[in-house]
Design a binder for this molecule. Structure first.
Ligand SMILES: Nc1ncnc2c1ncn2[C@@H]1O[C@H](COP(=O)(O)OP(=O)(O)O)[C@@H](O)[C@H]1O
Ligand SMILES: [Mg+2]
Length: 474
């Protein structure tokens, strides 16, 4: 066959990068507003009034915007540009497609009384029922800010969000089910304490916002995998099956709702069946995996659902489960840049609350012939330079606060994100007695905290190793 003769030039599809703008609409006494109308109004207003917008730009004056809308906003924020090659900087509106997402935050607590979680209740063990699943209406006030608090060295978040939201919008078009056979199943895996659970919850929130124009309502259905391992022999498979029936009935009743099913630590439900068959694990585990696979296969018939899972132990996962996963995302241990950013955020938060005194830092050169000088000044707020600024300007000053913070970051290698986030405040209460600290004392305390955690970790490893040697020697 002559390929040249069959080749057709691609259709003229708009290839413009998409600039995402989030418009947070005030929540007033549970009144639900027409976010679709607001979205169109804001899009037109932005196009009429702005030539360019920058990533991170917050718009707070709304002159010329329809009066009734203008009072409704908490904020309009330029989030990111997918398909563009700039992370920061301005985008001319003529050169992008504008995607305004207007949304309200739901204050509604977990729907524990929801019929879908209620029907999970089996007469056998009433006490465990509430803990098997929780449903959260999205976007939720409980998850606000979580996505932004996460730090990764690579653009993992924007890539995941963009791929999954496009996956769902493709599915809205009801692609032929025998032709396009993806499962919309995502696995986030990697070492503990790196932000996997938080990433999945944050992802559900951001997807709900971004998919608002396809699905006006969204829900997070969070399955507690551990609670499905029943204490009654043979029960687990049934519980897993019942869980999926409940998800399906939610999808059928609310086919205009986007549902994000989240199963944390999936290894509890999807452990390798070959190992179980070889005798060590109870037969019940095999039934649970079978029920999980059957459940997943049924869910994929519904275009309005995705399933996100996490695992610390990917080698323990069943092959048939892994084979169904469409997107596998590895989350590495935290690198220096994210650790620096988390520590900076924590110290600045302590500064905002007056626990650490305000200060600002600079590197100056009085005349072109003078050497560079490091300057530290008291200020109203504590503002630490970014990681890039630290590398560029402060690295050569061994006693500069930003350099001392960078040293602390290097010393914390190997600690989890969970530990990194708690150490700045914890070290203050453990290693110092005052009610208010200067930043130098706070960083000294932080370094003591890091040293103590690192030592405890090393001791635990030695203990584990000698335990293993003892067991093998027996
Ligand atoms: N990459 C990260 N960026 C910011 N904070 C993080 C990160 N990883 C972990 N944390 C902090 O540690 C806590 C626990 O993270 P979690 O999402 O439960 O990790 P995992 O599920 O990988 O064990 C989070 O609440 C967060 O405060
Ligand atoms: Mg976790």
């Amino acid at each position: 066959m002559n390929l040249d003769s069959t080749f057709r030039s691609p259709p003229d599809v708009s290839q413009l990068p998409i600039l995402h703008v989030e418009a947070l609409v005030k929540s007033k006494d549970g009144i639900i507003v027409r976010t679709d109308l607001i979205r169109d109004g804001v899009t037109k207003w932005l196009l009429d009034n702005f030539v360019a917008l920058s990533i991170g730009q917050e718009i707070s004056s709304f002159g010329g915007l329809n009066e009734s809308y203008a009072q409704d906003f908490d904020s309009i924020l330029v989030i990111e540009c997918s398909g563009g090659n700039l992370d920061t900087g301005a985008y001319r509106l003529q050169q992008v497609e504008l995607d305004v997402q207007a949304y309200q935050l739901h204050t509604q607590p977990e729907q524990q009384s929801s019929q879908h979680t209620q029907s999970l209740e089996g007469p056998a063990d009433e006490s465990d029922n509430d803990s098997r699943a929780r449903i959260l209406v999205l976007p939720s006030i409980d998850l606000d800010g979580l996505w932004e608090s996460l730090q990764f060295d690579l653009p993992i978040q924007s890539r995941l969000l963009s791929a999954i939201s496009r996956m769902v919008s493709f599915s809205v078009q009801r692609l032929g089910k025998w032709v396009i056979t993806w499962n919309r199943l995502i696995l986030i895996w990697g070492p503990p304490g790196t932000g996997k659970t938080s990433l999945c919850r944050g992802l559900s929130q951001k997807l709900a916002i971004r998919l608002g124009k396809h699905y006006p309502r969204s829900k997070l259905f969070e399955v507690n995998a551990h609670s499905l391992g029943s204490k009654f022999f043979g029960e687990s498979g049934k519980l897993v099956g019942r869980m999926f029936e409940n998800i399906e009935s939610l999808l059928e009743e609310e086919d205009d709702t986007f549902v994000c099913v989240f199963i944390d630590e999936i290894e509890t439900l999807a452990s390798r069946r070959d190992r179980a068959l070889n005798g060590n694990e109870p037969f019940d585990a095999i039934r649970a995996v079978n029920a999980l696979l059957t459940g997943l296969d049924k869910l994929k018939e519904h275009p309005n659902v995705i399933v996100v899972c996490t695992s610390n132990l990917v080698t323990a996962l069943d092959q048939a489960f892994l084979d169904r996963v469409d997107i596998k995302q590895y989350i590495p241990r935290l690198a220096a840049r994210p650790v620096y950013k988390i520590s900076k955020d924590c110290l600045e938060e302590l500064g905002r609350h007056g626990i650490i005194e305000g200060a600002c830092f600079d590197v100056v050169q009085i005349t072109p012939n003078d050497p560079l000088q490091y300057v530290e000044r008291p200020a109203e707020q504590l503002i630490l330079p970014s990681f890039n600024e630290m590398i560029l300007h402060y690295k050569t000053f061994p006693n500069a606060i930003p350099k001392l913070l960078a040293d602390a970051v290097l010393e914390s290698e190997g600690l989890s994100g969970r530990t990194i986030r708690r150490l700045p405040a914890l070290s203050l209460v453990l290693y110092s007695n005052s009610a208010r600290y200067d930043i130098r004392t706070a960083i000294q305390a932080l370094r003591m905290g890091i040293a103590s955690e690192t030592q405890a970790k090393a001791e635990a490893m030695v203990e584990e190793h000698s335990g293993a040697t003892r067991t093998n020697g027996q």
